[in-house]
Design a protein. Structure first.
Length: 215
């Protein structure tokens, strides 16, 4: 099925600035399997945006799991803007942080923001499992476990459902949507690549929508 580029161009021309009621955090987790009870986390990437879905300064982080050390390691070959929250010098010196410390850092980006993902139920289950096991004082823990982030959550599969119904896309999976909106997915299943792709899909699909704030 070919992308209707003319319709996409018309939509782009008609876009208005996005105004979401809250900050939004785009999340992607890579895992060894689908079951959060029996499988393990391998990567997590987080991109926090403002209510216009513009990435915030110091709002991007990508961590990978060092299974042997039971730690999350910052991949310094990638772009990170969350320097202040990371404590960059300490990470460079030690090479890793305990998972509880890393969840504290990630939690500061999650706290108070709506969650967004390509497959939100999956990402949310994993975050709930991780934060349920974290110390009670961990930043973002209460926010994730209370599920208050759900009110304005974004699932790009649901955003794209009308496109599927209109047969403008073959699927609402990440690759199909990236092809439709013209987003690079050359590093699919890299957490930061997928989080950025989800962010760009949401910006394009919501670009012509003025979100009505709920009472």
């Amino acid at each position: 099925m070919s992308t209707d580029r003319s319709q996409l161009a018309t939509l782009a021309a008609a876009r208005r600035p996005i105004q979401w009621p809250t900050d939004v955090v785009f999340v992607d987790l890579e895992t060894t399997g689908l079951d959060e009870r029996t499988h393990g986390l391998t990567e997590i990437a987080v991109i926090r945006t403002d209510s216009n879905l513009i990435a915030r300064p110091e709002g991007t982080i990508h961590l990978r799991v060092d299974v042997a050390a039971s730690a999350l390691v910052c991949d310094w070959s990638r772009e990170h803007t969350a320097w202040g929250q990371l404590g960059a010098a300490a990470w460079v010196a030690s090479g890793s942080k305990p998972i509880t410390t890393a969840l504290e850092i990630v939690g500061r980006l999650l706290d108070g923001a709506a969650l967004a993902a390509q497959h939100l139920p999956f990402e949310a289950r994993w975050l709930e499992r991780l934060y349920k096991d974290a110390p009670a004082e961990t930043s973002g823990r209460e926010w994730i476990l209370s599920r208050r982030w759900q009110r304005y959550a974004i699932d790009t599969r649901q955003l794209a459902a009308p496109l599927l119904a209109q047969r403008r896309v073959e699927s609402t999976n990440l690759r199909s949507l990236c092809d439709f909106v013209g987003v690079d997915l050359s590093k699919h299943h890299d957490a930061l690549c997928d989080a950025r792709a989800c962010h760009q899909i949401a910006r394009r699909l919501l670009g012509g929508v003025s979100y009505a704030r709920q009472g």
